[in-house]
Structures are given as C-alpha cells and as structure tokens.
Design a protein around this ligand. Sequence first.
Ligand SMILES: N[C@@H](CCC(=O)N[C@@H](CS)C(=O)NCC(=O)O)C(=O)O
Length: 234
Amino acid sequence: MREGAEVSAARKLYDLAGADPALRFSPYCWRTKLALAHKGIGVETIPWRFTEKAEIAFSASKTVPVLVDGEKVVADSQAIAEYLEAAYPDAPSLFGGPRAQALTQFIRRWTDGILHVALVNILVPDIFELLHPKDQPYFRESREARLGIGLEALAAARSTHLPAFQAALAPVEFTLRGQDFLGGETPLYADHIVFGALQWGRKTSSTPLLEENAVVAQWMERLLGYYGDRISLV
Ligand SMILES: N[C@@H](CCC(=O)N[C@@H](CS)C(=O)NCC(=O)O)C(=O)O
C-alpha cells in the first residue's frame, strides 16, 4: 500500500452528493477519484448537488466531475483522465501506453452504453430517495423525460431489470476469475471506469447487487485496498 497523497488547497474536485453530503455516488466522479489516487494526487472533494449549476458555471460544464488543478479547470471524466496522464507523466500511467489507451475507449463505451443503462433502470428510483429535496423535482422531471417512464412505474418493474444487469456483468466476472485487475497484475483506468459503475450501485441501491458476483465484489475491495488511504472515501 502506498502513502497517502498530500492534499493541495489549490486542487478541488466537484463531486456529486446526496442529501447527506458524505454520500458520493456519481460513477463518473468515482472514476476520477480513483484516477487521482492512481497518480498519487491529493484533492479536496467539494459536495455538489444537481441543481447547483451556478457553482460550476466557471467550468462551462453542467455536469460533474469538474477538476480545478491550480490554474487549470477540466470538466468531463474522460478529459480529466487524459489531462492527468499528460500533466503527470512521471506518476504511474492510467492507461498503460497509447495502444492500451485506445483499447480503454472500448471499456468506457461499453460501461456507459451497456452497464450504466442496465443500472439506470434499477437505480434511478433509489437515487431519487437519497437526493437533497432541492434536487428531487429536477431529477424526477429530467429522468422521467429521458427514460420515458415515471419513477414509480420504474420502481415497480425493478426486479425485471436485474437479469440484464447480471448478464452485462458476466464478462467482467469471467475476466476477473483469471486476473487480479482488468489492467492485469495492477489496476488501470479501465478498472476505475467499471468500478465507478458498480460503486454507483453500491452507494445507492436499496438491495445488494453483487450477491451473485463474489468475484466482482472481491475485486472492488482489492481495488480500494490497492489505493489505501490515497482514495477519499467520501
Ligand atoms: N460525460 C460526462 C458525464 C458526467 C455526468 O453525466 N455527470 C452527472 C453525475 S453522474 C451529472 O453531473 N449530471 C448533472 C445533471 O444531470 O444535471 C463525464 O464523463 O464526466
């Protein structure tokens, strides 16, 4: 386990929070927090709510994560990962080289397009309950419009969405049966991406999602253990 990274006052990460400011559940923010830990870069995380767009207007982004690194402002988890890789070349690589960086795009697209979609159907009603009251009307309206279904109807159909999630996860489980991390012997950004999705589930789901996936659950613990006190758990 490595030493904890020093937190610079000039480095901040806007990180999605629930009603409880310690509940940090954004899959994209978790990717970024693991990427920062991987690079050994300490950061102060700022709890941010969906409707606090004015707080991040300086970044020209309406979504988090937003990283402030001294004079530099970077929004979007992918842009942040690429920034960190370029700006901190002497720290461990996030991607493991340019060709692996290209392959990581597949993991990202698969996670966003398949794993997140399977999880959205399960998690959105649970997330609604955990949000700050000022966020709830916005979240309900935007998610019902996006998904084309009411939150209550989605909640009633919850169990019908669980098999799609388990099926989506199967390639991750099979891979991790043969290696410690998606990156091989040590983690890479590919691990951070998939971890973010499952941590989103772990932080918000009203029922455990990984009971049938001990291999995947153990990998999540292994990943957190690898970074030790480098990772801020809020
Ligand atoms: N492509 C963006 C997506 C970021 C994103 O969608 N973040 C969500 C939190 S998980 C957000 O801030 N949503 C604000 C909203 O829905 O208004 C990234 O990779 O950073």
